[in-house]
Design a protein around this ligand. Sequence first.
Ligand SMILES: Cc1cc2nc3c(=O)[nH]c(=O)nc-3n(C[C@H](O)[C@H](O)[C@H](O)COP(=O)(O)OP(=O)(O)OC[C@H]3O[C@@H](n4cnc5c(N)ncnc54)[C@H](O)[C@@H]3O)c2cc1C
Length: 450
Amino acid sequence: MAQADTAIWRNWAGNVTARPARQATPAGVDELSAAVRDAAEDGLKVKAVGAGHSFTAAAATDGLLIRPQLLAGIHRIDVPNSPQGSGGTPMAGTVTVGAGTPLKRMNTALAREGLSLTNMGDIMEQTVSGAVSTGTHGTGRDSGSIAMQLRGLELVTADGSVLSCSAQGTEEERAVFAAARIGLGALGVLSSLTFAVEPVFLLTAREEPMTLDRVTAEFDALCAENEHFEFYWFPHTGNCNTKRNNRSAGPPAPVGRVSGWFEDELLSNGVFQAVNVLGRAVPAVVPAIARLSSRALSARTYTDIPYKVFTSPRRVRFVEMEYALPREALVDALRELKAMIDRSRLRISFPVEVRTAPADDIPLSTAFGRDSAYIAVHMYRGTPYRAYFTEAERIFTAHGGRPHWGKVHTRDAAYLSEVYPRFAEFTALRDRLDPDRVFGNDYLRRVLGD
Ligand SMILES: Cc1cc2nc3c(=O)[nH]c(=O)nc-3n(C[C@H](O)[C@H](O)[C@H](O)COP(=O)(O)OP(=O)(O)OC[C@H]3O[C@@H](n4cnc5c(N)ncnc54)[C@H](O)[C@@H]3O)c2cc1C
């Protein structure tokens, strides 16, 4: 199961590479804990990787790289109880899956059973373990990140022992559960995860172009009036595309095959790829392209089950930085970002994405303790991005921003311990669970301090 393998590992964006000393593809928790124990005895560091969709080196290692493919599958589904009387809220059920299960596989399996997660991000290529470990989120007024939907987890720790944790266990199990929901791979290797699920529901999506002036003026109302509101602003223009998703009684009205292909494949991927290639080659044309791109997508409304509304294919490769700000800082930060781009020589062909999340209670969640707005900047792969990201990061950090753990940033433990009130609690738990830093790597040394 463990082989010496000098193959180079590369992430989705291609901006991180690593050469692990060996790789393993364990087929269950016993093989996983044996692989961790063997590596630790051989003095190797250990890192589990998901689908490699992080833009940071969070999953990089020169030790043992644990691959997710055989830790995948649906272990158990407990269907939700029926509502208590008419108008009652259905009790949440749960699904337990192998940690390496791709979100897509979990979503489709749940849909077959008439179930769904409550909220999710904009793609579903990630593994469940990778997604929760970095705090992957979508947008929501009342519902938070994927990790907030966790109800239990199984973790292989540095000595190979297996901890099953939930909010109901012993004091130690509760403490591990609380922190390991967003654990950065620092506390151990997740072997299985249990999520809350609910009866599948319909969401009506309304996508609508809007001016930046209007979105910023009405941002609070748009967030308050919609269960899921997000928008994309096109730099060099005053134009945005907005998307609001709200639960609906139906009937289903999915995106038509032809219009779906035209908008989601041709415009959002095919043509977008071509204009990015052009913009990379001739940066001077980017503002004109941005004006055209920002008008290409027209208003549309459709109604479908959650994962078909929340997620869409992202085939154009890019690098990304995303920060969570206190929600009330969003409009100022966005205006500062626009002013910075307008007075610079930067040419940005990718829209800036804005989403929200309610305050939560996970120690290393970007939304810990405060209602948050996320602001994400992207650059087409192969285009120099550091100048843009450096300036953007200066703005975001001035507002007390917290970087997405899986997206490009330059923050270190000194900064992060200031913006995360329970940072020391997390590092103390790590000291207990992994005193020898079996799960350490350069990224964790930077963000956690050693
Ligand atoms: C096209 C694209 C779209 C994206 N959209 C969103 C979005 O909408 N919202 C959002 O918040 N983010 C988004 N992201 C970021 C992405 O969701 C995160 O970076 C996520 O962590 C990637 O999951 P992965 O399975 O690829 O994990 P990886 O990137 O492979 O790993 C991430 C971390 O998880 C750890 N890990 C993986 N498996 C285990 C395990 N079994 N046990 C312990 N630790 C483990 C790794 O060591 C690493 O630290 C997007 C990224 C891309 C490329």
